[in-house]
Design a protein around this ligand. Structure first.
Ligand code: AKG
Length: 383
């Protein structure tokens, strides 16, 4: 039987010391975790302790809930719910909305994100991760690329306890031919249906957020129309020493908004709220929405792009699908021009979306560093 280290591809100069940023790439954490591990391989061990250990034992708090049926109800009710949306985006940067009652969705997305769409996706994603590793490696992330299966190449310090599959899914002509089009057909079809539904949902939410921000919704919708869409499907295997590893490095999403689907209902997401880590729990079948960096920039800092991370556990695997909703590549990322003015001077730079994406992927994923680079005061750069 191969040793656990054979599942790591060590660069020739890897010294196993945590200050050394040349990390091995992992072939599959899922395969590694199937072994009876007596110790956690060094590259996974988090020495930084950026998430204090005591938060591992903190009780999970229910994420705020937003009722989308109320948001689209009569004027008085929807105004109240819109005020809630506005305050969640400022104070939490995250909320969940429920899709337990199907009719709620019909109102939201015309032909409805059906529970069966979510269930089918779960079935397919679970099926994908059950495939032999050789099958999954057909989609392996290539050196210098950030799309594909595997890959923790953009990190410093240590590896994450999870396998992931990241893909750009829109515009369609930007889909990598060896990824989405080559997925097993039932997986591809169910993902396509799911993406169509969450895309509509995200557009609806973005319009409501624009309304709450008192910026022209039409302009925001135009900016997001046929925009960059991507998806990350992550499998976090159980870990015998969960306190030593992180499922995903603390980061904020570069997106406009992210819609997260905790596919198999296992909790693990933690967010930074009021300067402290807070583990969150979600209702079954809820979709979780979080504010990304682009929305924080668009709102000129009023909405908070939430820093988050994932804790793994020793018993259950966790599977999550993150959907990233972004502007079109020819749009400009920057504070909404009708929000800023002498009373509210711009806090962020403006950048074409194409450049924004390029710059983001050239960086190491870490905390809110992407947003820091967009800040005007950070390097004295003014528009
Ligand atoms: O697994 C999760 O819940 C979050 C994943 C995440 O943060 C990401 O894919 O960017």
């Amino acid at each position: 039987m191969a040793s656990s280290s054979s599942l790591l591809e060590l660069p020739t100069d890897f010294r196993g010391d945590h200050h050394h940023h040349q990390l091995p790439s992992v072939v599959s954490v899922q395969e590694l975790a199937k072994r009876p591990l007596t110790t956690i391989p060094t590259p996974f061990v988090s020495f930084d302790q950026e998430i204090p250990e005591e938060t591992l034992h903190q009780p999970y708090v229910e994420a705020p809930i937003l009722d989308l049926q109320l948001l689209t109800a009569d004027h008085e009710t929807s105004s109240l719910e819109l005020a809630k949306l506005h305050s969640y985006c400022q104070e939490w940067g995250i909320f969940q909305h429920i899709l337990i009652r199907r009719h709620m969705y019909v109102q939201l997305v015309n032909h409805g994100v059906d529970k069966s769409v979510i269930e089918k996706l779960r079935h397919e994603v679970e099926g994908f991760y059950k495939l032999p590793v050789e099958e999954k490696l057909r989609y392996k992330e290539q050196p210098g690329d950030y799309e594909g299966y595997g890959g923790t190449g953009r990190l410093k310090g240590r590896l994450e306890w999870g396998d992931r599959f990241y893909m750009n899914t829109n515009p369609i002509h930007r889909r990598k031919p060896h990824l989405f089009p080559e997925l097993p057909s039932s997986f591809r079809e169910s993902l396509e249906v799911y993406l169509e539904e969450v895309q509509k949902l995200a557009m609806k939410l973005m319009g409501l957020m624009a309304k709450a921000l008192q910026t022209e919704a039409k302009k925001v919708e135009e900016m997001m129309d046929d925009g960059m869409q991507s998806v990350r499907i992550t499998y976090y295997p159980p870990c015998p020493r969960p306190e030593l590893v992180v499922g995903i490095t603390p980061h904020s999403d570069a997106s406009g908004i992210t819609i997260l689907n905790q596919v198999n209902g296992v909790d693990g997401l933690k967010i930074v709220k009021d300067g402290a880590w807070l583990p969150l729990t979600f209702l079954p079948h809820a979709l979780v929405v979080n504010v990304g960096d682009i929305l924080e920039v668009l709102s000129n800092g009023l909405y908070k792009s939430v820093e988050h991370s994932v804790a793994v556990n020793s018993e259950k695997e966790r599977i999550a699908v993150g959907f990233f909703f972004n502007p079109r590549f020819d749009a400009e990322v920057g504070p909404a021009t009708d929000i800023v003015g002498p009373e509210n001077p711009p806090k962020f730079k403006r950048k074409g979306m194409e450049q924004y994406v390029k710059d983001y992927f050239a960086m190491k994923m870490e905390g809110r560093s992407n947003l820091e680079h967009m800040k005007i005061d950070n390097d004295g750069c003014r528009q």
